[in-house]
Design a protein around this ligand. Structure first.
Ligand code: MOS
Length: 704
């Protein structure tokens, strides 16, 4: 394994190296990339959820001045099919979901493209659709694996017998809502088709990974990866929705192929983001906990139901936290899916762990109540010695430190033991806690980096993506330390497939994967050329692959204060506090931003976010930011993120665990638990809107 980095500027509060470029408008996002004489694309979407396109009449659209072409299922260039049905855009007449792209207009201006798109007449033979998500459907099925490649079901011992025998137990059903990612910058693709050049297709794209996007596009267009170039120096947020290619990438490239020689720009609208760039499945989670009188868990189970589309499967790994979080002799997790006439779900911040932490962590609060124990104490009593799922020792865990440090900082001690004990005017006041975890998904050897010495400066290149998270900055810090030079002697270049290969900015693993490659390449460069290289000296290489002998994950403890209006049920959260164990923090400034951002998204999930699906239309009707509510500044008066000083020698040269997703995990449970403490009302469904507080789901089987 690559030796640990000796940190000098790593770990310090370095300002964003891209800050000036961003605030002065010089940082170019995908849509702003200069291409000569671009054409503009607008799509036509299906107005029914299931059927068959019988005819596309584009005469009125084509007659419009400035329209270059109209693509339809009957005339679009053919793609390689059979790999990824989501990317088979305009390849057949089948309509799988409402909002599917069924035609596209390319025109001289965005305005003409939009006007022409409205003039395209698409005839669809409609068939009855089914988008009714329910855990009681008779046609639920068991997927082969859950995202990305985990076993669908796990069982150890006999949790049902343990449940029947237990003196303390919780049996309840919890639900989380369908959610849609809403990064500040909607998805954008600028595509140029160059005919028979070495590079056939260039994409300027708002993506979380230039190389993964390149490979997927090459496969669907039947090109070699080297024939596709993807450029993405700046990205205005992704949160998973830009982690994989979606239909917008393909339609832009198809259009560019049709109007070869003209680059085609496609900026997905906010409303369109609710139909073809992924979303988080709703979940129904049936959780059972059993324990002895002292609160020591004997059994844990989480039986999960969620949805997928009929044309492509995505199975969110919601059961994972229940597999690993606490010690218990008897454990089970299952996943079952309803395949519906809907778009395919995808990654959304901390897929699996985020919804999968909500239900078990509220259940733990219910168990604490059943046992007459403080909820922090209940968690402390159930610390496993080894990872219950794999039996491996932890590289480090420190959940206990997060819980105790969090309790101290939050002022947990003064908390009334019983619920509904504090009232401040018209508001009940309560506090809640939940644990969080997110796995370390680093893959040693997955990235490469280049180091070149030129004109007295070090140029470090890697195809990484900065989603606004700080990759530009942190990679500069890492390179400076690995080369043992000052920050201002290093120029980092990212976001281009002409740079060495890099995996996705996802799974909270980007920095660890890319940074390890930068460390390895910098060391080899020094070994080869010494401390005084010649102009033009260059080295490109990868870090070493290692064996995994430990269970490695980030942990956290989330504390929330909730105020609930006694008349309206309105919930406010004036205070969130999280303490995290994330290994080495590479830059406190950007790390804090990510953790606070994650916690804010968790609050948003807890109180606001829900995609309202009209089952008659098969359509999410609140498809804009006026009606899909996300937390704003006024919703989050105080969010504090802290971390413990954690030194984990098993994480590779950086010693970091990843911080992109741990912040959102557990937040919603902490808030639901605080609402219970404030009111005595147990809310098991997200989001916690006013009506839910007064008419909670009371379908739990047993609490004893
Ligand atoms: Mo994150 S949902 O792995 O981009």
């Amino acid at each position: 394994m690559t030796e640990p980095l000796q940190p000098h500027v790593v770990g310090t509060d370095v300002e964003r190296v891209d800050a000036w470029a961003k605030v002065t408008g010089r940082a170019r996002y995908a849509y702003e990339q200069p291409v000569p004489e671009p054409a503009h694309l607008q799509v036509v979407r299906s107005t029914v959820a299931r059927g068959r396109v019988t005819e596309v009449d584009a005469r009125a659209a084509t007659a419009l001045d400035g329209v270059l072409t109209v693509l339809t299922p009957f005339n679009a260039p053919r793609l390689r099919t059979g790999h990824d049905a989501e990317l088979e855009v305009l390849q057949s007449d089948t309509v799988w979901f409402r909002g599917q792209i069924v035609a596209a207009v390319v025109a001289e201006t965005p305005e003409v493209a939009r006007q022409a798109a409205d003039l395209v007449r698409v005839e669809i033979e409609q068939r009855p659709h089914d988008v009714a998500f329910s855990a009681d459907r008779p046609d639920l099925y068991k997927p082969e694996v859950v995202n990305p490649n985990h076993p669908t079901d796990t069982v150890t011992g006999d949790p049902d017998t343990a449940f029947d025998a237990a003196s303390r137990a919780v049996d309840a059903t919890y639900t989380t809502a369908m959610n849609h990612n809403n990064p500040m910058e909607p998805h954008t693709t600028v595509a140029a088709w160059h005919g028979d050049d070495d590079v056939v297709l260039t994409l300027y794209d708002s993506t979380q990974g230039v190389h993964p996007l390149r490979d997927a596009m090459a496969a669907v267009f039947g090109l070699d990866p080297e024939q596709v170039r993807v450029v993405a120096p700046y990205v205005g947020g992704g949160f998973g929705s830009k982690g994989r290619p979606h239909a917008h990438d393909v339609i832009a490239a198809l259009a560019a192929q049709r109007v070869e020689g003209r680059a085609v720009k496609f900026a997905v609208t906010r409303q369109q983001m609710f139909s073809f760039v992924g979303y988080r499945t709703p979940t129904v989670q049936h959780v059972r906990l059993s324990a002895d009188v002292d609160g020591r868990l004997t059994g844990i189970s989480n039986d999960v139901v969620e949805l997928t589309s009929r044309f492509k499967e995505f199975a969110e790994q919601t059961g994972l936290p229940a597999r690993t979080m606490y010690a218990a002799e008897h454990r089970r997790t299952t996943h079952r899916l309803a395949a519906l006439d809907l778009p395919v779900p995808s990654w959304m911040r901390a897929p699996g762990e985020c919804p999968g932490m909500f239900a078990p962590e509220v259940a733990m609060d219910e168990l604490a109540e059943a046992c007459g124990l403080d909820p922090v104490e209940l968690r402390l009593r159930n610390e496993p010695e080894r990872d219950p799922d794999t039996g491996l020792p932890y590289s480090s865990r420190n959940l206990v430190a997060c819980l105790t440090e969090g309790a101290r900082r939050f002022g947990w001690e003064s908390r009334p033991r019983l619920p509904r004990a504090r009232r401040d005017g018209d508001w009940w006041v309560g506090t809640g806690v939940a644990s969080s975890t997110y796995p370390v998904l680093r893959r040693p050897g997955s990235a490469a980096a280049s180091v070149r010495y030129r004109d007295g400066r070090y140029e470090v290149g890697i195809g990484a993506a900065d989603l606004g998270t700080g990759a530009w900055t942190v990679l500069t810090q890492i390179a400076a330390d690995a080369l043992d030079v000052r920050l201002d002697e290093v120029d980092v270049r990212i976001g281009d497939t002409t740079l060495p290969r890099a995996p996705v900015a996802g799974g909270s693993s980007g920095t660890a994967n890319w940074g390890s490659a930068v460390v390895a390449a910098a060391r080899r460069f020094r070994e080869k050329y010494g401390a005084d290289p010649a102009d033009g000296d260059e080295y490109t290489g990868s870090d070493e692959c290692g064996r995994k002998r430990f269970a490695a994950a980030a942990y956290g403890a989330q504390f929330a204060e909730a105020h609930v209006n006694v008349h309206t049920g309105e919930v406010r959260v004036p205070r969130l506090l999280g303490v995290f164990a994330v290994g080495r923090v590479l830059n406190p400034r950007t790390a804090r931003s990510q953790l606070v951002g994650g916690m804010t998204m968790g609050l948003s999930m807890a109180l606001h976010e829900t995609s309202v699906l009209d089952e008659r239309l098969g359509f999410v009707v609140n498809h804009d930011l006026a009606e899909y509510h996300i937390a704003t500044c006024a919703d989050v008066p105080s969010v504090e993120a802290h971390w413990i000083d954690e030194h984990d020698p098993h994480l590779g040269p950086l010693g970091s665990k990843g911080i992109g997703e741990i912040g959102i995990v557990g937040t919603a449970a902490a808030i639901a638990n605080a609402v219970h403490h404030a009111t005595g009302i147990r809310v098991r469904d997200l989001p916690i809107t006013n009506d839910v507080v007064f008419e909670p789901n009371l379908t739990q089987g047993v609490i004893r």
